[in-house]
Design a protein around this ligand. Structure first.
Ligand code: PEP
Length: 236
């Protein structure tokens, strides 16, 4: 069953969120497992739905004004948390040590981390994609096999996020295979790999032909409830 993760980022006002929840609350599917990652502010409005968060503090607990701990997320029913999204790596200078601590905190609370990895356009043009994936996957080395097996990877080329420009199906298939084989050869475990970057209703039928990925991370196209449901209905 595919895993589909909606990443709302900083979008939607309270009124918009209330009508969004109303439009998706009765959705059920035999073909996809879906998770909503609203702005942290709105987590309580999504309590009747499978809940995810967009981030977690790298500190376990204590004093860090504005942050939210893994324990707090757990207490709100969060099942999955995005970690290492490229927007945070680039705009907030999140480093591998912080990302590693975030994953550790989540695993300690039984929340499934979704580790986002992927190259910039420059790195792609310089032929460095596998080097970038290796570097970003190196974070896994501090965890046990059992822990690694529970982590989800989201392959998100930075140049595809919010741009409407997608890799070819062959490129996605190659990257997903590379990630799976790398993790399997290093740690002897199999993991789920999602694709993220400009997934929408116009390209989903093409993307669905990629045979080896385990789901999608969807930003912009998850912001309209009914349209997001239509997108998921096209997935198998
Ligand atoms: C994202 O930011 O995780 C993402 C996939 O965004 P979009 O679908 O808008 O490209």
């Amino acid at each position: 069953m595919k895993l589909v993760v909606a990443n709302h980022k900083m979008n939607l006002t309270k009124e918009e969120v209330l009508s969004y929840v109303d439009s998706v609350k009765d959705f059920a599917s035999n073909t996809v497992e879906f998770v909503f990652c609203p702005s942290t502010l709105y987590l309580p409005y999504f309590s009747s739905l499978p809940l995810g968060s967009q981030d977690v503090s790298y500190l376990k607990e204590g004093s860090l004004t504005g942050d939210v701990s893994a324990k707090q997320l757990k207490s709100m029913g969060v099942l999955y948390t995005l970690v290492g999204h490229s927007e945070r790596r680039v705009k907030l200078h999140e480093n591998p040590e912080m990302i590693q601590k975030k994953i550790e905190n989540l695993l300690n609370e039984g929340i499934i981390p979704i580790l986002c990895i992927g190259e910039s356009i420059d790195e792609k043009e310089q032929g460095k994609v596998e080097e970038v994936l290796d570097r970003e996957l190196a974070i896994l080395s501090s965890f046990t096999k059992e822990e690694i097996a529970s982590i989800v990877i989201a392959y998100e080329p930075m140049w595809a996020i919010g741009t409407g420009v997608l890799p070819t199906n062959q490129e996605i298939e190659n990257r997903v295979r590379y990630i799976k084989e790398k993790v399997s050869s290093l740690y002897q475990v199999s993991i789920r790999v999602l694709y993220g970057g400009s997934v929408n209703i116009d390209n989903i039928d093409t993307l669905e032909k990629v045979s080896n990925m385990d789901g999608y991370l969807v930003g912009g196209a998850s912001l309209d409830g009914p349209r997001f449901l239509s997108l998921m209905e096209r997935m198998r």
